[in-house]
Write a protein that binds this ligand. Structure first.
Ligand code: NDP
Length: 402
């Protein structure tokens, strides 16, 4: 019996629910719960029609611990996959502790009134999960997630010490909209408009948003302008791989996207401060989310591929080596399989594979862990089988590694 509860029925939740149902031999009892139950019911209906698998659904406000506790006591999951929003991480972890349930998520906690990404809040649960004998798996999407496992795999198989890490994230796809975000617009815009930051020689160096950028070549896609951003996996990777001298994260953006973003910022629509409008309190970025295209609806017309990977330089047997490991994912192929675009797919598939690792007993130990702290081999083997094959290249002439 492997009972799994998925919380969140957005783009990522859709992929997780479908992939979990496709692996019904591992996940015997499945529930999908979210704020809007009708979204769960729609996904459940699609799953029953296409796969013949019945999943249960429920309505839940995951900001409320007592509601979560009541649902956990009723369904009795062994594992909760949290693919709601980062704001709900701590309440779900609290409910897990209260009811003896294990935990997995894809994004680190962020307070709703402060765009601040750090693991400290969730790492503070380490002793309580350990004492309760429960496992918490943090950041099991693509980035964070697969990029962290790629790094662990490189460290295990190809290097004695890794010194330089560049995580490179390219969306070479086209959704044919003037402006849209590929996952939750509020979370996405909060992430991109914050200051950039990277790690070098034991220090964090801050940059202005999009200050550092350069053209990079992505396999199967070509050259794309790539911007240095702060991304949450850098925090845990420099802690877990202390030989790192430098760690950076790069993401591609088109000119059209950045122009829209500049306008949004200039007119204050990215603000997370509540304002009074006609006697009603609204948060500009939440209003903006309501008028932007829903990332879940982009799949139909989405062409092209994503390409995300790690470029690493380090030493093995006293000699310097370079290494590149990556996955390319086609938006169309993701849509054909799950009805969602590639960004939801590349997040939902690793979350499903992480849950499989948990139920197989391979990623299971008391405490709170980032994914690079588990054995990367069985995860990467399963990831390729579940739709995200990856490639590696040793001693490539990696750009900008110096
Ligand atoms: P969506 O906005 O599409 O979906 C979020 C879902 O969570 C919605 O169904 C929403 O319900 C539900 N939800 C929000 N608040 C609550 C609440 N209080 N209680 C219950 N349910 C709630 O987001 P995505 O699917 O695009 O993203 C999901 C998560 O995945 C996010 O945390 C995101 O940061 C993360 N992510 C991680 C990536 C990675 O590579 N690691 C990449 C992309 C995303 P409703 O429909 O009612 O609004």
């Amino acid at each position: 019996m492997a009972r799994v509860l998925i919380i969140g029925a957005g783009g990522v939740g859709t992929v997780v629910a479908k992939k979990v149902a496709m692996n019904h031999d591992t996940f015997t009892d499945i529930m999908l719960a979210s704020r809007t139950k009708s979204k769960c019911d729609k996904i459940a209906k699609e799953i029953e029609e296409s796969l013949g698998v019945k999943i249960q659904t429920a309505s839940i406000d995951a900001d409320k611990v007592p509601e979560l506790v009541a649902l956990f006591k009723e369904f009795k999951p062994e594992l909760v996959i949290n693919v709601a929003l980062p704001y709900q991480d701590l309440t779900i972890m609290d409910a897990c502790l209260e009811t003896g349930v294990n935990y997995l998520d894809t994004a680190n906690y962020e307070p709703i009134d402060e765009a601040k990404y750090q693991y400290s809040w969730q790492w503070a649960y380490q002793d309580r999960f350990k004492q309760a004998g429960l496992t918490a798996i943090l950041g099991c999407g693509f980035d964070p997630g697969v990029t962290s496992v790629f790094t662990a795999y490189a460290a295990k198989h190809h290097f004695d010490e890794i010194h330089y890490l560049d995580i490179v994230d390219c969306n070479g796809g086209d959704h044919h909209k003037a402006f849209a975000t590929n996952f939750n617009p509020e979370i996405n815009i909060r992430e991109i408009t914050q200051k950039g930051k990277y790690y070098e020689n034991g220090e964090w160096i801050e940059t202005e948003p999009q200050e550092i950028h350069r053209p990079l070549h992505y396999p199967g896609i070509g050259v794309r302008e790539s911007y240095l951003l702060y991304h949450e996996e850098l925090e845990s990777l420099v802690k877990n791989f202390p030989t790192l001298k430098r760690a950076r994260f790069w993401m591609t953006f088109g000119e059209e996207y950045l122009t829209h973003l500049r306008v949004i910022q200039n007119i204050g629509m990215d603000s997370i401060e509540p304002i009074n409008y006609n006697g009603m309190e609204i948060v500009p970025i939440q209003f903006l989310k309501a008028v932007l295209p829903n990332p879940q609806d982009l799949g139909n017309d989405y062409t092209g591929e994503t390409s995300i990977g790690c470029r690493i330089r380090g030493v093995k047997n006293g000699e310097e080596h370079t290494y590149y490991i990556w996955n390319n994912c086609s938006h169309q192929a993701a849509f054909r399989e799950t009805g969602t675009q590639g960004v939801s797919y590349t997040t939902g598939v690793p979350a499903t594979v992480g849950a499989m690792m948990f139920f197989k007993g391979l990623w299971r130990k008391p405490g709170v862990f980032n994914v690079e702290e588990f054995d990367p081999d069985p995860f990467l083997e399963e990831l390729a089988k579940q739709g995200l094959p990856w490639h590696e290249h040793l001693d490539v002439d990696i750009e900008f590694e110096k």
